[in-house]
Write a protein that binds this ligand. Structure first.
Ligand SMILES: Nc1ncnc2c1ncn2[C@@H]1O[C@H](COP(=O)(O)OP(=O)(O)OP(=O)(O)O)[C@@H](O)[C@H]1O
Length: 239
């Protein structure tokens, strides 16, 4: 479904993502892991078309999308829930959700299904999102992405700033998406949760991938070593 080849993304001279290649197949559930500054958000934004690519290529459903706009990518079925949610705070939950419909993609997701999936939003339907709790804002951001009926849903740090209880609620909703067959790539800082939730873990360190394994074939210690750059053997294997 998604094929990224030798991707480089730069901020001026600084190579935030360096020669990264991954393949994601339909139905995959992939957690992207790595320390602060490892390049995870930069990588996701480049895939979603929110940042220009310096070199390399991105294909989605066998089409080269390296030079297409983010809105075209949404129309093709690739949606990103960005870190920090990026909602329109002066607009209501319903208005924010309806923005996601602009892509006009056919599918099962409509506004009523969003409210069924995120019951905490029902009472907030006509509230401005600037007045919502963090969990309600996150549910709105995920709902907005779902309104585009994505085939690949990319989620950047959905847990950020949420209490453990609310994180559980957000994950319960994402699990229902996973179980319905949506392909998911997400950044998760909590290693335990990443291993439990996903089939595959990819770890980034200083702009490169240092581990890419099925969660069934790895364990927490190996991921932790990759996270801190302590596992040279794994790094060589991947590169
Ligand atoms: N707009 C920017 N201009 C310059 N450098 C940037 C910019 N955004 C990110 N960087 C740098 O690029 C590197 C990768 O940042 P990025 O946000 O992608 O990492 P991350 O793994 O998502 O980390 P975090 O978990 O902190 O979000 C970091 O060194 C960061 O300081």
């Amino acid at each position: 479904m998604l094929s990224v080849h030798n991707l480089d993304v730069r901020y001026g001279q600084f190579r935030a993502v360096q020669g990264v290649s991954i393949e994601i197949t339909q139905g995959d559930i992939v957690s992207l892991i790595g320390a602060n500054g490892a390049g995870k958000s930069t990588f996701l934004k480049a895939i979603a078309g929110a940042l220009p690519i310096y070199s390399g290529s991105v294909s989605f459903k066998d089409q080269d999308i390296t030079d297409t706009s983010s809105s075209t990518r949404v129309q093709q079925g690739l949606s990103l829930v960005p870190e920090g949610r990026r909602l329109f705070s002066e607009m209501t939950v319903e208005e924010n959700l309806l923005l996601g419909k602009a892509a006009q993609r056919q599918g099962d997701w409509d506004i009523e299904r969003i409210f069924t999936t995120f019951p905490n939003l029902v009472k907030r339907r006509y509230s401005k999102t600037g007045n919502l709790s963090g969990g309600e804002q996150q549910a709105t951001a995920i709902g907005r992405a779902l309104m585009a009926n994505p085939e690949l849903l990319i989620l950047d740090e959905v847990s950020l700033g949420l209490s453990p209880l609310v994180v559980d609620q957000v994950y319960a909703s994402i699990e229902s998406l996973r179980d319905a067959g949506t392909t998911i790539l997400l950044v998760e800082q909590d290693l335990e949760r990443a291993i439990t939730f996903s089939q595959r873990a990819i770890c980034m360190l200083e702009g490169r991938i240092v581990l890419d394994k099925l969660t069934a074939d790895t364990h927490r210690d190996e991921i932790t070593q990759a996270y801190f750059g302590l596992n040279k053997a794994t790094q060589q294997e991947v590169s």
